[in-house]
Design a protein around this ligand. Structure first.
Ligand SMILES: C[S@@+](CC[C@H](N)C(=O)[O-])C[C@H]1O[C@@H](n2cnc3c(N)ncnc32)[C@H](O)[C@@H]1O
Length: 278
């Protein structure tokens, strides 16, 4: 099931400089596997901290298969409107299948296909680190929100604050070489909370909250954790079978503190949230 192409493009979407349209199968894997394991827990927190309420119009930037948009739709009710925008048509195909009544648009976060001041609230979850120019995307979010509206962004925290991922990346780099660090850490590259708050403020809105939020990354086993981490990045293309096996073997010790008796992994995962008012 976890073939290279689907996994390589389903969780992390590659490095920031890659351009990509993922296969539909990968988007289905994203929705069935990664949304429940990783992304679903953050959506209600983001939507709540953004203050999404009844009757509002909400834009979910880089919506993927739409977990945040779906959550926002519950809050805005019938009088509200929710739109999701994403670069990947396959993600949007799944989003439309799951919630056909919401608005789904293909578009680039750095050049949003919406007029100025179109939405009451603009949110983006776990995506900014994949944009080649995160500051440009934040400026676009600020452009499309109404005066007095809210922009809220959630990204993974810095690698050094990730109690399970930091030692895992160290160990993988020992086996695979220093380039493994870059390939495994795209996810964490917007992890400086103050820098993120500064970037959003530089786009115009006034930052009203910026904080770190604790969550949990769940995997059914250490092997599944390793498969996801390695095969959702281009690292998998560069590893020999022997090196990959060494990483798998040593991961058992590295992840032991986070492994339950049934073998499942619950790794702490720290995220950063910034909320600003236009
Ligand atoms: C890790 S997923 C997060 C998706 C969703 N926000 C969630 O929480 O499940 C990152 C998403 O960013 C999208 N993406 C990456 N670069 C983008 C860009 N420049 N413009 C719009 N979407 C982009 C990908 O297609 C992918 O759906």
């Amino acid at each position: 099931m976890l073939g290279r192409v689907p996994v390589a493009h389903s969780r992390g979407m590659g490095t920031p400089t890659e351009s990509f349209q993922i296969p539909l199968e990968a988007a289905e894997v994203y929705e069935s596997r990664f949304v429940p394991a990783i992304f679903a827990e953050w959506a209600p927190r983001l939507v709540d901290l953004a203050g999404v309420g009844r009757g509002q119009s909400v834009l979910d930037v880089a919506c993927g298969t739409g977990i945040v948009a779906r959550t926002a739709a519950l809050r805005v009710g019938r009088g509200g409107e929710v739109t999701g925008v994403d670069l990947n048509e396959a993600m949007l195909t799944v989003a439309r299948r799951v919630r056909p009544e919401l608005e789904w648009r293909q578009g680039n976060a750095q050049d949003l296909p919406f007029d100025d001041e179109s939405f009451d609230v603009v949110v983006s979850q776990m995506a900014l680190m994949f944009f080649p120019d995160p500051a440009a995307a934040l400026a676009e979010m600020a452009r499309v929100v109404v005066p007095g509206g809210t922009v809220a962004v959630l990204v993974p925290g810095a690698l050094e604050h990730q109690a399970a991922f930091a030692p895992f990346v160290d160990m993988a780099a020992r086996h695979a070489g220093p380039e493994a660090v870059d390939l495994l850490t795209t996810y964490f590259r917007c992890g400086d909370l103050d820098a993120l708050a500064g970037q959003l403020a530089a786009a115009g809105p006034t930052v009203t909250a910026h904080r770190t939020v604790d969550g949990t990354y769940r995997a059914p086993s250490v092997d599944a954790f390793v498969t996801t981490e390695v095969e959702s990045t281009p690292l998998v293309e560069r590893l020999s079978a022997e090196t990959y096996q060494h990483i798998r073997d040593e991961a058992r010790a590295v992840l032991a503190p986070f492994t339950a008796p049934d073998g499942s992994v619950a790794a702490p995962f720290e995220s950063n949230l910034v909320v600003a008012v236009a």
